[in-house]
Write a protein that binds this ligand. Structure first.
Ligand SMILES: [Zn+2]
Length: 324
């Protein structure tokens, strides 16, 4: 029953992205809602598999779209570790006891669609090393264009310097990688219940017909004061005020996965605090660069903003996850 429900949710998300890709202006579409506690996601079958010498790489995606993320599994007799090099990012694999090594790949929303080399470096307890060369196709995400008008009292936030400074602060938060899995269960959930995803990730935005930028998360229609929940277990990496994001919380979920929650009216957590999945971390507000009360939600993987709605649909190995 739960599996059927989840499948319907995934279909709804797929339809949602397609609808946004076609639409010129984002129109509210009823959002899928996930239960407040994580639903175990069935382990998918790998879409592709590559064996070279002692190691096998399993791909859990056929291609990655701009702003997309994907999962790999690497196994081999006597393996001691691995790392991946993709789009100039070198990222360590993470071990899952009894289930091999996994790695997350992330694609910038600005990446040109084409095939890119992927190198998987594997090392063994006996000192042997090998490199597996593969290719990953990056596809176009068909991002939409949006015009947004800010009220006169917020126009000062249309400033490339403010935006650059804020991106640099976020980059610094995302670059502190915790080599430990902090998320629990088997995946992530939506941060808010009973709301609508209104403005999509990746949109090309023009503010007040002058300043152009990109939308680095999803906007969720929400009412002032509505509780915001952690998408997964983690640790508070930031809790405070930023010019554009207003009152903001960033959670570190480990292995380079971060989530952020912006424009909050209240923050209920402090830096360094451990958070459970679904825990209320703050409330919806209208702080920062907003044209009304709403909730802005981001996920970053390997230092890149990725499509947060797509990210939470991805199966990730959970605690004690074993092959079915
Ligand atoms: Zn937003």
């Amino acid at each position: 029953m739960k599996r059927v429900f989840l499948f319907v949710v995934l279909l709804a998300f797929g339809g949602l992205s397609a609808a946004f890709a076609l639409a010129q202006e984002a129109t509210p579409i009823p959002a899928p809602t996930l239960p407040p506690t994580p639903t175990p996601m069935p382990r998918p079958r790998p879409t592709d598999m590559l064996t070279q010498e002692r190691a096998t790489v399993e791909f859990f995606f056929a291609s990655l779209s701009q702003g997309g993320s994907g999962l790999l599994r690497v196994t081999g007799d006597g393996m001691a570790g691995c790392s991946t090099r993709f789009l100039n990012a070198v990222v360590d694999c993470f071990p899952v006891p009894g289930d091999g090594y996994f790695a997350l790949l992330a694609v910038s929303m600005e990446q040109n669609p084409r095939r890119y080399p992927l190198d998987v470096f594997v090392w063994y307890t006996d000192g042997a090393r090998q490199t597996i060369n593969a290719e990953v196709e990056v596809t176009s995400a068909g991002f939409i264009r949006q015009n947004i008008d800010l009220a006169p009292d917020k126009v000062y936030l249309i400033d490339p310097e403010i935006e650059r400074t804020e991106f640099a602060r976020l980059e610094s938060i995302f670059s502190t990688i915790t080599p430990e899995r902090l998320w629990a269960g088997q995946g992530f959930q939506l941060p808010i219940l009973g709301s609508e995803l209104t403005s999509p990730f990746g949109a090309f935005r023009t503010f007040n017909q002058s300043f152009q930028t990109r939308h680095t998360g999803w906007d969720i229609r929400a009412t002032l004061g509505q509780p915001i929940m952690a998408i997964g277990a983690g640790r508070v990496a930031y809790a405070g005020f930023m010019d554009i994001r207003g009152n903001m919380v960033a959670l570190d979920h480990g292995y380079g996965i971060f989530s952020t929650y912006a424009h909050l009216s209240q923050i209920h957590v402090t830096r360094g605090q451990s958070i459970n999945e679904g825990q209320i971390i703050g409330t919806v507000g209208n702080t920062g660069r907003t044209s009304g009360a709403h909730f802005h939600w981001e996920v970053a993987v390997n230092g890149q903003f990725v499509d947060s709605a797509q990210f939470i649909q991805m199966w990730l190995p959970g605690l004690g996850a074993a092959s079915p």
